[in-house]
Design a protein around this ligand. Structure first.
Ligand SMILES: C[S@@+](CC[C@H](N)C(=O)[O-])C[C@H]1O[C@@H](n2cnc3c(N)ncnc32)[C@H](O)[C@@H]1O
Length: 268
């Protein structure tokens, strides 16, 4: 019975894989040069203006399939295309670019910690701005998922919630931090209250760590979900920082309840 179930699951996975591959093959892809003449936005944090014609996954007609919807959304997302064009590993890179434009997080020589860093878009942006090789700045990234190394960053593959993770980060930092970023997000369960509690717990742990390493004047940025149970965290941030702001960068999907809290001017 067990074997039969395994066989059934494997064959289902194979079918799904073939189906998703088929979807990719039948998609109308634009010619590689199609974006070049239409303008690529006003700055690195902006999506291209005058988006191309909306792309449609042909096999999606009449189907309510979540992978079709995901694919269609990816294809029509200007940030996905722009991330590929600019060599960023994730569209999330544009969120931190926009947050940096708003708050001036990254300056040459700064010391940055990136929690929940994979696949590495935020780390790439931090390195571009901090220029660790030239300035002596430091970028330390951590994720429990494997992440390809990035020149100029120390990348730890580790669950941040494990007891020894903070010490490993401190050792890699070798001193204080100017900015602690957390884009950590646990896999969503679909149960709103549970998802809120889980992301809030991660944000609180991130802040506990930030309090230990941040230099006076430092920044803390964390992802949260709107309407979550973040009051305790907000109260702590308001006490410890000169300014605390809620922000939803343009690159954050409109249909997601994700937002970021930014603490500026750590009081030490
Ligand atoms: C939205 S993604 C981060 C994207 C990243 N900022 C980028 O620019 O590519 C969230 C990440 O948080 C990581 N994460 C969630 N819980 C974590 C934990 N307990 N320890 C380490 N990483 C965690 C996930 O593995 C995932 O890679």
């Amino acid at each position: 019975m067990m074997r039969l179930t395994l066989w059934y699951q494997e064959s289902l996975i194979e079918k799904l894989t073939r189906y998703v591959f088929f979807l990719f093959v039948v998609i109308e892809m634009p010619p590689p040069s199609s974006g070049s003449g239409s303008g690529t936005g006003t700055g690195k944090g902006n999506p291209p203006r005058g988006l191309q014609k909306k792309k449609r996954v042909r096999t999606a007609r009449g189907r309510k399939n979540s992978s079709t919807r995901w694919l269609q959304r990816q294809l029509n997302d200007p940030y996905v295309a722009e991330a590929q064009r600019q060599g960023y590993r994730s569209r999330a890179a544009f969120k931190i670019i926009q947050l940096d434009e708003m708050f001036g997080l990254f300056k040459k020589g700064r010391r940055i910690v990136d929690l929940g860093a994979a696949p590495g878009g935020w780390t790439q942006v931090a390195i571009e701005k901090v220029k660790p090789r030239e300035t002596g700045g430091i970028v330390v990234a951590i994720d429990y998922l494997e992440m390809e190394g990035i020149e100029g960053a120390t990348v730890l593959q580790k669950d941040f919630t494990e007891d020894d993770a903070p010490d490993m980060l401190k050792q890699a930092l070798g001193g204080g931090a100017d900015v602690v970023l957390s884009d950590m997000a646990p896999p969503t369960t679909g149960h709103r209250a549970t998802d809120h509690l889980r992301i809030t717990a991660l944000a609180e742990m991130a802040y506990e760590f930030a309090r230990e390493v941040l230099e006076p004047g430092g920044f803390f940025v964390t992802k949260l979900f709107q309407g979550g149970a973040e009051k305790t965290l907000l109260d702590a941030l308001k006490r410890d920082f000169e300014k605390v702001k809620h922000v939803k960068p343009n690159a954050s999907r409109k249909d997601s309840s994700e937002m970021y809290i930014v603490g500026q001017g750590f009081r030490g």
